[in-house]
Design a protein around this ligand. Structure first.
Ligand SMILES: *Cc1c(COP(=O)(O)O)cnc(C)c1O
Length: 385
């Protein structure tokens, strides 16, 4: 089966549902009654350790990444935390892309470091930086691609082959691309993690996370720890996410085609200094994007000519784009990394990775692109005055 068919049908089995429901029912029960004492360990027992609605969603997750196993978490970050505490121990070392999602860096630096895990941040776009950083105790390489907000890419295949020789586990945060456009396990990665809050759920109404893996031993460790710490997704949220996934392919096509048109429009605009979008031939890693992604997804950033004040005026004058953090929903969002998503990053570090004050990040939604471009025109007119 191909992607859209799986997204719709996996985890929905009318023949297994009591009344032949065409969509998976929501099982809200926290506990499950047994008819005799000999059955108390059979089937579903307690909803943290197993829930039929969540199980159906996890089957869908696995299908999206062509993986053997999927797990549904209460947030992207609780999924990430479970990966670290399941697969690492005190004294282990992790090599991470230096341009990670801010919450991931906070988890690494302010939580996991206290338990004796060591992190090195390198620009993995240069493979020598990865090779140079590998030590005896290096157990994991953590990638995010494309990154936020500068859309830098990591070469999953090359880095995974370096890691394989050293017995190092490769984790890829695949949130920005979505499983429709990129499948890291097929490129050699061991673990895929998503904030399903973004594209997978897609309607800005669920916070959740997903992990997809093929290795049974890794899966068992993750599943054990997920139950041990209780980082599970609620059945109602699970159901909303299943509903969202059914339209993932059509949403992603529209996100990507709208983003491409907006990227071209911005690139032609004399008031724009620079556009960051992996789908543009001007992107320094466009060839890698073509190779490892099936499409370029819906996030782009651009630098306005001018300072922070100009950028503030621009985003505040829009009417359709919501001035908001997050991404991946059907509605278009715009934000200023320097004041919003990346405000907690010290200015010095921001400058080092290339996040200027006038940088604007856009999560392109699936509205009519003509309306979105007209809204951006409104912004340019406002800053011209
Ligand atoms: C949002 C996000 C996360 C964190 O996910 P939550 O669901 O907010 O916990 C992790 N990685 C990336 C790339 C994200 O965009």
């Amino acid at each position: 089966m191909k992607f859209s068919t799986k997204a719709i049908h996996v985890g929905e089995k009318p023949e297994e549902f009591q009344h032949g429901d065409a969509v998976s029912p929501i099982h809200l029960a926290t506990t499950f009654a047994k008819s005799s004492i000999t059955e108390v360990e059979e089937g579903y027992v307690y909803s943290r350790s197993g829930n039929p609605t969540r199980d159906n969603l996890e089957k869908k997750f696995a299908a999206l990444e062509n993986a053997k196993y999927g797990l549904a978490f209460s947030s992207g970050l609780s999924a990430e935390a479970t990966i670290l505490l399941s697969l690492l121990k005190a004294g282990d070392h992790v090599i991470a892309f230096d341009d990670l999602y801010g919450g991931t860096k906070r988890l690494f630096n302010q939580v996991m470091k206290r338990f004796g895990i060591e992190f090195s941040y390198v620009d993995v776009r240069n493979l020598e930086n990865v090779e140079r950083e590998i030590k005896k105790n290096t157990k994991m390489i953590w990638l995010e691609t494309p990154t936020n907000p500068l859309l830098k890419l990591a070469d999953i295949q090359q880095i995974s082959s370096i890691a394989k020789n050293e017995g190092i586990i490769v984790v890829v945060d695949n949130t920005f691309a979505s499983p429709y456009f990129q499948n890291p396990l097929e490129l050699g990665a061991d673990v895929v993690v998503h904030s399903i809050t973004k594209y997978i759920s897609g309607h800005s109404d669920v916070v959740g996370g997903a992990i997809m893996v093929n290795d049974e031993e890794i899966y068992e460790r993750l599943k054990f720890n997920q139950n041990a710490v209780g980082a599970i997704l609620h059945p109602f949220s699970s159901w909303l996410v299943m509903r969202g996934i059914k339209t993932l392919s059509v949403r992603m096509e529209k996100h990507a085609s709208n983003a491409m048109k907006i990227a071209r429009y911005l690139e032609d605009n004399p008031m724009v200094e620079k556009v960051y979008y992996p789908g543009l031939p001007s992107h320094p890693q466009h060839e890698l994007a073509k190779r490892q992604m099936k499409g370029y997804s819906g996030i782009l950033s651009f630098e306005l000519k001018g300072d922070l004040k100009v950028a503030v005026k621009f985003v505040e004058s829009l009417q359709i784009f919501f001035l908001a953090e997050s991404l991946g929903g059907v509605e278009s969002l715009i934000e200023l990394p320097a004041l919003m998503t990346h405000a907690s990053v010290p200015e010095e570090e921001r400058v080092k990775v290339g996040i200027k004050d006038s940088l604007i990040r856009v999560s392109v939604g699936i509205e009519d692109v003509e309306d979105l471009i007209e809204d951006l025109e409104r912004g340019f007119k406002a800053v011209k005055q």
